[in-house]
Write a protein that binds this ligand. Structure first.
Ligand SMILES: Cc1ncc(C[n+]2csc(CCOP(=O)(O)OP(=O)(O)O)c2C)c(N)n1
Length: 381
């Protein structure tokens, strides 16, 4: 006879420990826990598992205890944020990863290798993990252990085998559609300011409730030189994750103004995030894309952004406002406008290639950045 975890009971145990914000991509082994989280908690359906880690991390910065759910085939999608976001910033997400392709059990060929290396991959990423027991008393003890690691700012993962959770049905879900209300396309020539000038304008518009998240590479490094302050986060790794991090934080702290500053290479890397942002529609998030049509930080190799209409894409994904910005003056005006009217907004501006001479790097460590940002956030409420 197979014993299964009563999903609601297990989910409630998690909830009692404070875990009530979930993000992930489904796996049939985790279906019941996902259904529970959709029914009873916040569940953000991510476009891929890396985005899920970033969304959960953002919510974590905002004070929530967060869970990520994924199939082991998707663990590979999450390697970048699990090694270069949660690790350096010491953001403790609790993970559940399924074990498709478990050695000795019959499964599909595409799961064979991952089934063999899932736990080794977690070890390699220096993530603590345990196989989740299907006995509720043992599982409760495991949750206490996991929670201890989380409280020590360390991610912890459960590896979930087939037939662990009892069936949990999905209740009807809200499927409301968010339509773009304002789209402004290119109408004149571009000023094409430098990144530094553009960041200066963005930074000048911040107020006591603004959190600025800057994408990987020179954007973060230049923002640090514009002004280093406790409401900034320089997302040194996890390229492409800045707006997902912003989404999680914006949902967790609706009283804050979240400004996610993106690059074209970064956004192209994880463009599915636009669809997620448009669906969950945090009205307190401003997403600004600095498009220099290149991977400037790594030598200026071109991206394919010259062939992409980002304003159209953001609008089609349901951003309330999606606006082509031609100049720094327009940028300043639109930021002011957003602060008054809010609504999930995408601002696109073309900037020049190149960066400040002798550009330094933040001397403050990612974990210090996180600690002072959390202090800033906690002080606001
Ligand atoms: C997953 C991943 N791939 C590659 C890199 C190396 N890398 C760091 S910044 C960067 C370029 C980012 O381009 P973009 O977002 O357009 O910003 P820009 O450098 O032009 O300001 C690259 C490729 C990385 N950090 N992570």
């Amino acid at each position: 006879m197979i014993f299964l975890l009563h999903t609601e009971q297990f989910g409630n145990e998690l909830k009692n420990l404070g875990f009530d914000f979930y993000s992930g991509v489904p796996c049939s082994f985790l279906k019941s826990l996902i259904n529970y989280s959709i029914n009873e908690c916040n569940y953000i359906a991510a476009a891929n598992e890396g985005d899920a880690v970033a969304i959960a991390s953002g919510a974590c910065l905002g004070g929530r205890k967060t869970v990520v759910l994924m199939q082991n085939s998707g663990l590979t999608n999450a390697v970048s944020p699990l090694t270069s976001l949660t690790h350096p910033f010491q953001i403790p997400v609790l993970g559940f990863v399924s074990l498709r392709g478990e050695p000795g059990l019959k499964d599909e060929p595409q799961h064979e290798v991952m089934g063999q290396i899932t736990t080794q991959l977690l070890d390699l990423m220096q993530i603590k993990w345990q196989y989740l027991s299907n006995n509720i008393n043992d599982a409760k003890v495991q949750l206490v252990t996991a929670n201890e690691w989380i409280e020590k700012h360390q991610p912890f993962f459960f590896v979930v085998k087939k037939d662990t959770f009892e069936k949990e049905n999905l209740k009807p879900e809200d499927r409301s559609i968010h339509r773009n209300k304002k789209k402004i396309e290119k109408t004149s020539s571009d000023e094409v300011p430098s990144r530094m000038e553009t960041l200066n304008v963005i930074n000048r518009r911040k107020d006591e409730k603004t959190v600025q998240l800057a994408t990987t590479g020179k954007t973060g490094r230049e923002l640090y030189e514009v002004e280093d302050c406790s409401n900034n986060l320089y997302m040194v790794g996890s390229m492409g994750c800045v707006s997902s991090l912003g989404l999680g934080l914006a949902l967790a702290r609706k009283d804050l103004n979240i400004v996610a500053i993106d690059g074209d290479g970064s956004l192209l890397m994880r463009m599915g995030s636009l669809a997620t942002n448009g669906t969950y529609q945090p009205e307190n998030m401003l997403h600004i894309l600095l498009d220099n049509q290149s991977h400037d930080s790594t030598g200026g190799q071109r991206t394919v952004s010259h062939n992409v209409n980002f304003v159209d894409i953001a609008a089609a994904c349901g951003y309330e406002k999606s606006i082509y910005i031609h100049s720094l003056e327009e940028l300043e005006n639109e930021i002011n406008e957003w602060k008054k009217t809010k609504g999930l907004t995408f601002l696109f501006i073309k900037i020049a290639k190149g960066s400040k001479q002798n550009l330094g790097r933040p001397t403050v460590t990612p974990s210090e950045v996180k600690i002072r940002l959390q202090r800033f956030i906690n002080d606001k409420g």
